[in-house]
Design a protein around this ligand. Structure first.
Ligand code: M5T
Ligand code: MG
Length: 598
């Protein structure tokens, strides 16, 4: 299992609530939808303008018409009010629709960009990055940006606009009353300030514990086999319970601040209203202001507090989005990509000669896994690599495919340094059957062709016949269209291997690599494969890695690797004659087989 830490380090960062650099970068993704943004802002301004109009109309209705017993005039105002309400509803519909549409379009682009980027990263990156973290980038983080675009940023415009608008109405109606409303503002600012500070910390711990919960879940579900095998369910449940408890606690804590904040704002706004009734009521009694103005003020005061309360909510959206975008950009900035050359060498056809020249390589920059490896495989020949577990056999192949970059030395394909060949071109000529077979969710057919449209059905069937899995596939209820579950869960190890074998074949590569390709099939199947392989290897360059020496006896060259170094190489006969490592290995296995037979 690859390194799977708790994966919290980067999920935990909580930068500034507003970072102009990040915002500038984010806006790049909004740019293609500038028209939507302009439209949404326009609609927001309209909606914001319509709201404060209502108390004003009410004031006119009371002062000019009700107070003067003007029934017809009142009816007109009511009709206008009604029209305003309907108009407001329609505008709101468009507003919601367009902002959401814009948000979805932006994050759609972003998800594609992230996915494409992740796919091109070097395997070294995946060795140290938990999968869950990458999934979070494409899902949660992108989603919080959606919130920012669809409800955060744009509605801030309308909130600010509403506040300004209410100010104008209030001051033009009665500036003294306006000042009374504003008297509670300092308290409100203070409450908001405290709330933001507390919530920020709480939010940080919520994210931290959520990341913990996620990685724990992920690791246990992917390792469920082991958990059940060792009947660890109870113990794991206990550990989970502890993590779950922590998560619940921090959530409750953050809810506490919300639960406190909203009543406080409510209380302040009620206080402001009470002040208006007290002071404004006095004025009205003295005839300094009209009843209509008093009622309008009460409504304005209530209206005034709503966007302010919402602003703190938006502040959170902004903050979350900033943290998310920081993580997304960090991922997009990861340059752990194995570079393609500027002027790549093109091949019409490769002959398939492979040369390793003094190659040094390590996964961790500390211990060399391969030391000074040099060998040559002539085109069309078969080389076998043997050696103990962990000797470095798979690593040789990882390098040849340029999944990893070497530290020193050169690898040549037909005399050309593989760093001078585009990765795509290089890998086109190489087929690989791996130790761990990976099947994707799809059909048997799509797993053989990997959905390459250039590969026809007959080629797929032909390949399946050669590796001897055709009959098995036909015996399935849906034949080649039988569904394969994720990771090929419905197939046996050997069946999966044969399918991956057909996959390698169907691409008709000049170079074929088999890494333990025959290790998990029964003897009969193995013989079948061996027969097919012999045909297959004809006129191709091949590298075969197998623990069972009987399978590689016929190789043109056998390379013996021990702890990352080549200790011997030559044909089966030559190596046996040397009576050294290979000889011992062979004897050991030979004896084992004899024992087995006896
Ligand atoms: C050689 C280390 C591994 C071993 C050494 C694939 C891989 C290997 N290693 C890493 O650190 N990260 C990796 O992703 O490298 O490993 P190998 O080349 O896989 O050995 P092998 O193929 O000869 O072994 P086996 O068991 O397949 O016969 O020290 O830890
Ligand atoms: Mg291996």
């Amino acid at each position: 299992m690859r390194n799977r830490g708790f994966g919290i380090s980067s999920d935990e960062i909580l930068g500034k609530a507003y970072d102009s650099k990040l915002m500038k970068r984010l806006l790049q993704y909004v740019k293609p939808y500038a028209k939507y943004v302009a439209f949404a802002i326009l609609l927001n301004v309209v909606v914001a303008g319509l709201g404060p109009l209502r108390p004003y109309l009410m004031k006119i209705a009371i002062d000019e018409h009700i107070a003067k017993h003007d029934y017809n005039g009142l009816l007109n105002i009511v009709l206008i009010l009604f029209a305003v309400l309907i108009f407001q509803a329609v505008v709101r519909y468009f507003l919601t629709y367009f902002t959401q549409l814009m948000g979805q379009k932006i994050i759609y682009d972003l998800r594609i960009k992230i996915f494409a980027h992740i796919q091109n990263l070097s395997l070294k990156f995946f060795d140290k990055t938990p999968i869950g973290r990458l999934v979070t980038r494409v899902t949660n983080d992108v989603e919080s940006l959606n919130q920012l675009f669809s409800s955060g940023i744009i509605t801030i415009f309308s909130d600010v606009f509403i506040i300004i608008w209410i100010f104008i109405f209030m001051f033009s109606m009665a500036w003294e009353l306006a000042l009374v409303t504003l008297s509670v503002i300092p308290f409100l600012f203070y409450a908001t300030f405290l709330f933001r500070k507390k919530v920020r910390n709480a939010y940080r711990s919520v994210r931290f514990h959520l990341a913990r919960l996620n990685s724990y879940m992920q690791e246990h579900i992917s390792g469920i086999y082991i958990v059940q095998l060792f009947t660890k369910e109870k113990a794991e449940e206990k550990k989970f319970k502890a993590i779950n408890d922590d998560y619940k606690d921090v959530n409750i804590k953050s809810i506490f601040y919300y639960a406190m904040f909203f009543p406080v704002v409510e209380f302040l706004s009620s206080t402001a209203v009470a002040l208006i009734i007290w002071y404004g009521g006095g004025e009205a009694v003295q005839g300094a202001i009209t009843i209509g103005v008093l009622l309008a003020f009460i409504q304005y005061t209530e209206m005034f507090f709503r966007p302010i309360r919402d602003l703190s909510e938006k502040y959170n959206i902004l903050q979350t989005a900033m943290a998310s975008s920081e993580r997304i950009f960090k991922l997009l900035d990861t340059k752990e990509i194995i570079p393609d050359p500027e002027n790549p060498k093109k091949f019409d056809k490769v002959a398939g000669e492979i040369i390793f020249k003094n190659v040094w390589f390590s996964y961790t920059e500390k211990d060399y896994v391969l030391r000074d490896i040099s060998f040559k495989i002539e085109s069309g020949k078969t080389a076998a690599i043997v050696g103990a577990t962990g000797a470095g056999k798979t690593s040789v192949i990882n390098i040849l495919n340029r999944f990893y970059e070497i530290e020193k030395g050169t690898v040549l394909l037909d005399g050309v340094d593989i760093r001078k060949i585009k990765k795509e071109e290089l890998r086109k000529h190489i087929s690989l059957v791996l130790q761990d077979v990976l099947l994707f969710a799809g059909t048997i057919k799509s797993n053989i062709s990997l959905n390459n449209p250039a590969i026809g059905d007959d080629e797929i069937v032909e390949a399946a016949k050669i590796v001897g899995i055709h009959d098995f596939i036909l015996s399935l209820p849906n034949g080649y269209d039988e569904e394969v579950k994720e990771k090929g869960a419905t197939l046996s190890g050997g069946q999966k291997q044969l399918i991956s074998f057909a996959r390698a074949l169907v691409y008709n590569p000049q170079i074929l690599i088999l890494d333990e390709a025959t290790s998990s099939v029964d003897t009969e199947t193995e013989m079948l494969i061996q027969k097919a392989t012999r045909n297959l290897l004809k006129n191709r360059t091949a590298i075969v890695i197998a623990h069972r020496l009987s399978t590689i006896k016929n190789a043109d060259k056998i390379i013996v690797i021990h702890r990352g170094e080549i200790r011997e190489s030559g044909s089966h006969r030559e190596l046996l004659a040397k009576k050294d490592i290979y000889f011992k290995l062979y004897q050991l296995q030979y004896k084992e087989q004899e024992n087995f037979i006896l």
